[in-house]
Structures are given as structure tokens and as C-alpha cells.
Write a protein that binds this ligand. Structure first.
Ligand code: PHE
Length: 444
């Protein structure tokens, strides 16, 4: 099987694919609403701490597991530690990916709906953006149709193969999205009254903080970096032997965090500047929850010339950022079925697509179901997966293998230094910190 397994074609392709998985609705839709909920600047500080201390070492660990086994997420644990229960960590990851798809796909559908509204010019001149979004939420059929379309699009990319489908699209679209976000951020900051939003984002204020801030920020960090469920194990299994794991993980984490912060710099200044009641804006932001992106951003476009054009471009690129993430999620579940149950790639893809659609329909019909999938996967399943991955690489795996993978057989000298830091973090910091955050978050 090893010899036949495909690898990504180039270094830039590797970064594009991994960053394509990481950068998605998690950054632009989920991060702002979590930040609003978590009280702004303090949430962001904790979030960045989680990226540095958990995110990067865990992403590297997943790469190690993936490339050294060259197998799907569950197969990887089985291969590296045959006959032990570790394969359940991989199976948990596959299940987590499936559950994430079950609500994520619905939000992907929303982006298509908004893309349509932008292209047709319907988004222009709307008075009340909040009720415009609510009318979408109150129309399950509309949501379901867009969600199904998005699931089919993802399946199409999965079927068109690893290199062509994933790599090519990510390589072109990611930089475009980045550029557009910068333009929007500049526009948002220039609005009258935008400074309140920047203060909320960057000036820590203990009044807004909730006791669950650690659990929320940790969940968001795992979700945003696509770690804790084996997505980076599967992608790592496609890396060739020259890829430098530390550098790749740092690049992906930096890009991912920049995109999230940029999304914040667009949404918060715009929300503060455009609100009718500045006194209650923070409460409004918290109450806005998942709608924040779909309410504030169209409102910002309304302030710009050629608003339909900007909005169309934005929602198009957002849908692309989303699809590079849904591809990575679906890939995890698909190769698992393909390799573990001997189903053809085609059959596995169709099976996963059908399953995701069923979850997606239920999530469209019930916001509580949607929230259960969101919270259970991001706040619980991913960190639990991360906990076991850190234990596996830090304590269980043969450290000679970890050394060889991290340093590319001793050829990357600087990685030897990193190895010491990782081992320390993976053994003594990550596992107890995750457990402590759980206990604290659940008691709060
Ligand atoms: N990281 C993706 C995002 O931020 C979501 C995702 C989570 C993708 C887990 C793969 C695995 O949108």
C-alpha cells in the first residue's frame, strides 16, 4: 500500500493544503462569535497561548503519526502500535470529523446562499440585516438545499483526487482571500466609531470575561487549526520525506491566526461603527452568536461603493476557504472507510456524503442539534483527541522514530532543539493542561 500512496506535489502545495484545511469558517465565522462571547481581548490572549503551547506541538505530532505510518487516521495508530487500544483514538478522530461536517456543512450552505444574494444584488439596500439572516434560519428547506449542494461539491473534489483537487484550488484561492480580508479590514477601521471595536479586541477588560474562557479558547484553537481528530495525520500521510514539520506547522499556525485576527479586525470595528445603540453593542454581539458574520459583513459592504461586487467576491472566497476545510474533513472519513473496510474510494465518498447530508438536514431543522454537534466536537472531542495524541507521541511512540521524523533523519539540525521543547510540552504540559482546563471549565 505504501508505494501506491500519493503524496502532495510540492512544498508550497503542502502548506496550501494544510493551511487550506485550517483556514475556513472556523476563522471567519466561528472565531469572531467566540471572541464576542468570550469577552474580546482576554479571549484572544488565551487563544494565542493555546495555539503556541498546544496547537503547534500537536500539529507536528499529527504529522509524525501520519508520515511515519502512511495510513488513514485509525490505520495509523494500528500500524504504529499494533494490537493495542490506541486505534480507538483514530476512530474517535474519524467520528469527530463526521460530526463536525454535520453542522459545518450547514454554515457552508449559508455562505452559498449569501453568495447568491450578493450576485443577484438582493443584499444591496437591505435595511435590517439581522432579520435578513433570521429569515434564512427560519427557512430549513433553503438551508438544506444549499447544504446538499455544498456536500456534493466537496464530494466532487474528493473524487477528483488528492493532488489535483485539493492542492490546485488551495494554492490560488488562499492568497486571494487573504488580500481581500486586508482590504476589508482597512475599510472597516476607517469607519467612524470603529475604534470601540478595536479596543474590545485588543484591550483586555476583565468585566467581560467568563469563567469558561479557557475551555472556549482551547476548543476554538483546536477547531481552527484542524487538530485533535487526525486531519493533519491524514494530510501528513501524503507528505514526502523532505517536508520540514516544524516549519510547516509554524507557517500554518501563523497564517491561520492572522486570518482569524483579520476577521476580527473587520467584524468588530464594523459592528461598533454601524450599530444604532453603542451602549448595548457588546450584549448584541454576544446575542448575535453564529449570525455575527452574516449580519455585520453585509452591513459593512452596504457602506462601500460597488457593494454587490465586493460582497460577491467575499462570499465566493469564503465558500472556497470553507471547501478546502470540508475537503480535509471528508478526506479523513473517506480514506478511513476506503482503507479499513476495502470500499472503493468512490463508494466511501458517496457513503460519507450521504451520512453528512443526514446530519446536515437535522442540524438545519434544529438549532439545538446544531449547537450540540458544534459544542461536543470543538470543546470536547477535539481536545480529548489532542490529549491522547500528545500522550501517544510524548510517551508511547518510540522516541527514535519521533526524532527521525522531526529532523528528517537527522538532517535538520535546528529541529533537534525543537524536539526537546516538544517532548517536554507533549509529556508534561499539554496533557495536564488539557485535563485542568476541562475540570475548570466544567465546574465553572
Ligand atoms: N479548521 C477548520 C476551520 O477553521 C475546520 C476544521 C476542523 C477542519 C477540524 C478540519 C478539521 O474552518
Amino acid at each position: 500500500m505504501n508505494a501506491r500512496r500519493v503524496t502532495f506535489a510540492s512544498k508550497i502545495g503542502v502548506i496550501a493544503a494544510a493551511a487550506g484545511s485550517a483556514v475556513g469558517l472556523g476563522n471567519i465565522w466561528r472565531f469572531p462569535s467566540q471572541t464576542a462571547d468570550g469577552g474580546g481581548a482576554i479571549f484572544i490572549l488565551v487563544y494565542i497561548g493555546c495555539i503556541l503551547f498546544f496547537g503547534i506541538p500537536l500539529m507536528v505530532s499529527e504529522f509524525v503519526i501520519g508520515r511515519s505510518s502512511r495510513a488513514n487516521t485509525a490505520g495509523a495508530f494500528h500500524k504504529l502500535s499494533p494490537g493495542t487500544p490506541w486505534k480507538w483514538v483514530g476512530r474517535l478522530g474519524v467520528l469527530t470529523g463526521f460530526i463536525i461536517l454535520g453542522f459545518y456543512m450547514v454554515v457552508c450552505g449559508w455562505t452559498l446562499d449569501y453568495l447568491m444574494q450578493s450576485v443577484t444584488g438582493n443584499l444591496q439596500g437591505i435595511e435590517d440585516f439581522s432579520s435578513n439572516f433570521t429569515s434564512l434560519l427560519c427557512n430549513p428547506l433553503r438551508q438544506i438545499l444549499w447544504m446538499i449542494l455544498f456536500a456534493f461539491l466537496t464530494a466532487f473534489f474528493i473524487l477528483s483526487g488528492v493532488k489535483k483537487g485539493i492542492e490546485q484550488s488551495a494554492k490560488i484561492m488562499m492568497p486571494m482571500l487573504f488580500l481581500l480580508l486586508i482590504i476589508l479590514a482597512v475599510r472597516a477601521i476607517m469607519l467612524d466609531g470603529a475604534s470601540g471595536g478595536l479596543t474590545f479586541l485588543f484591550k483586555p477588560n476583565l468585566d467581560h470575561v467568563k469563567p469558561t474562557v479557557f475551555l472556549d479558547a482551547m476548543g476554538q484553537a483546536f477547531f481552527s487549526l484542524s487538530i485533535g481528530m487526525g486531519c493533519m495525520i491524514t494530510y501528513g500521510s501524503y507528505f514526502d520525506n523532505r517536508i520540514n514539520f516544524t516549519r510547516t506547522a509554524m507557517q500554518v499556525a501563523t497564517l491561520d491566526t492572522l486570518v482569524a485576527i483579520l476577521a476580527g479586525i473587520i467584524i468588530f470595528p464594523a459592528a461598533f461603527a454601524l450599530t444604532a445603540n453603542p451602549a448595548t453593542i457588546v450584549d448584541e454581539l454576544v446575542a448575535g452568536g453564529p449570525g455575527l458574520l452574516f449580519i455585520t459583513i453585509p452591513e459593512l459592504f452596504n457602506q462601500m461603493h460597488a457593494s454587490s461586487l465586493w460582497a460577491s467576491l467575499f462570499f465566493f472566497l469564503l465558500a472556497l476557504a470553507a471547501i478546502t476545510s470540508t475537503i480535509s474533513l471528508m478526506e479523513v472519513v473517506t480514506v478511513y472507510l476506503h482503507e479499513e473496510y476495502n470500499l472503493s474510494r468512490r463508494k466511501s465518498t458517496l457513503l460519507v456524503t450521504a451520512g453528512v447530508m443526514i446530519l446536515g438536514v437535522i442540524s438545519s431543522l434544529s438549532s439545538s442539534f446544531f449547537n450540540i454537534l458544534d459544542i461536543s466536537s470543538a470543546k470536547f472531542m477535539l481536545p480529548i483527541g489532542g490529549l491522547f495524541i500528545s500522550l501517544f507521541v510524548g510517551w508511547h511512540l518510540d522516541q527514535k522514530l519521533v526524532y527521525a521524523e522531526l529532523t528528517n533523519q537527522g538532517t535538520i539540525k535546528i529541529a533537534i532543539g525543537f524536539l526537546k521543547i516538544y517532548t517536554f510540552l507533549l509529556r508534561f504540559i499539554v496533557p495536564p493542561a488539557i485535563v485542568a482546563i476541562f475540570i475548570y471549565g466544567l465546574m465553572a
